[in-house]
Ligand binder design. Sequence first.
Ligand code: N01
Length: 533
Amino acid sequence: MEPQTHSPRDFDAVVVGAGFAGLYMLYRLRGLGLSVRVFEAGSGIGGTWFWNRYPGARCDIESLEYSYQFSPELQQDWEWSERYATQPEILRYLEHVADRFELRRDIELETRVSEARFDEASGRWAVATDRGSVSARFCIMATGCLSSTNTPAFPGIDRFAGATYHTGRWPHEGVDFSGKRVGVIGTGSSAIQSIPLIAEQAAHLFVFQRTPNYSIPAHNAPLDPERVESVKADYAGFRAQNSQRPFGANFPVNEHSALQVDATERAREYESRWQQGGLGFFTSFNDLILDRAANDTAAEFVRAKIHSIVNDPSVAEALSPQQVIGCKRLCVDTNYYATFNRPNVTLVDVANAPIEEILPAGLRTTRASYELDCIVFATGFDAMTGALLSIDIRGKAGQTLHDKWAEGPRTYLGLGTAGFPNLFLITGPGSPSVLSNMVPSIEQHVNWIADCIGYLRAQGRERIEATPGAEDAWVAHVNEVAGMTLYPSCNSWYLGANVPGKPRVFMPYLGFPPYVEKCNEVAAKDYEGFALG
Ligand code: N01
């Protein structure tokens, strides 16, 4: 590979985004001796954890594993305070990482990438931002799976006289809802975390629910020092064990089918997982996402819990999901269902009576009007493809990513896409990403990409690109695996179903351990399925 002989605006690599993925990518590329520039639209680093500052925002993977493992010293030194870290604590951690590894000097904040074009003659990417252009041999998208916010185009939205907020773009100074009539639209993870806290402040809270969600109690608490000590005594072993589990996270796996055991044993297992709290509920049995009858047993258990927590049986019924449990991402909460026992909280069904219009003083459904001082859009994201497609990315022969993905995203391993040489995606569609613990998935992708670039340099190569054949086979495989599960059975953001007009394609790949094995095999076979030039 030719040495860096270009102007100061020409780099070996450009990385888009300075969240968990972009920071570690920068660290690894620097370690290879590459010149790197990271562009970040936010005024600070942190990605998801910079933007999502709504009340109650915290991770729902345990802090001890929702963290980097690339530096054993960092892993030993950092002390998490709670089982599930809050957004401010995670952001402090990322700030610490940026300082500790002196990453900031290569990061340009408040710089939004608008275009990335591959120039065939030079084999370089021309990357345009709102503050000027650069070129780079490698263009690496660390843009996040859930970063492009989705706000439904409700008529009248611009005429609302009060304040509006999106959970994914929360004001840094916080919001005081005291004495206010607040409407929250949506009941996904962001809403489920924020509703109990908003309800404590607001004069009245209206929750506009289209689809109820299943939520498992977090049982969050300060971290037990003994547990921390035992994990830190063999952190590498803890990580290695988790990486072998289906979601790449410390969810204890039960090797039995829910239908293999009798009702008493089933109830005992669900109750024990419910008491344990968190997403490990979903690995209570090994077939919950594979078999509808098995899934029904878990769904019924949670519905019964909702009825036991919520005093008004009609509200409990309205909060009880009917879809497959886990089909939409399972939520983890603190006091969510109990919040509906408060006299200042009203659940409004907008499935049967949809929101028709935002009014200057509230909103109107097909059934009634509601007076509101503030509206919180907890309406989620244009997941997995939104951030990528918001950039005008053009590969060989000027082909746009937008056109290539018109029928849904097409990638090889979620790492690259045919026709776009030297463009890497971190946790792109077609990789486990959102169906796994994101941080280890990010590290696995970053390591793979850095090793790949190191290999190209060692071989004197300048270019790598997924072959159309390998990509077709991978897309078919991702679909085949999804087709064996119950995931396609509901309208989830995994399928793009939350964004009107988005192609309905199951985007993540289920199965962290086999995926990692496949990536390692591809690398070991000199990047099988990629063309090198
Ligand atoms: O978004 P969502 P989110 N009218 O898409 C509703 C991660 N995360 O920000 O289901 C009325 O889940 C929509 O209704 P429906 C996590 O992976 C993690 O909450 O489409 N309602 C739904 O209820 C999560 O899954 C944490 O019928 C409308 C809600 O808005 C992902 O981010 C915390 C509507 C959107 O829910 C996204 O979660 C937070 C309309 N027109 C997020 N349009 C952790 O704990 C949409 N809705 C780590």
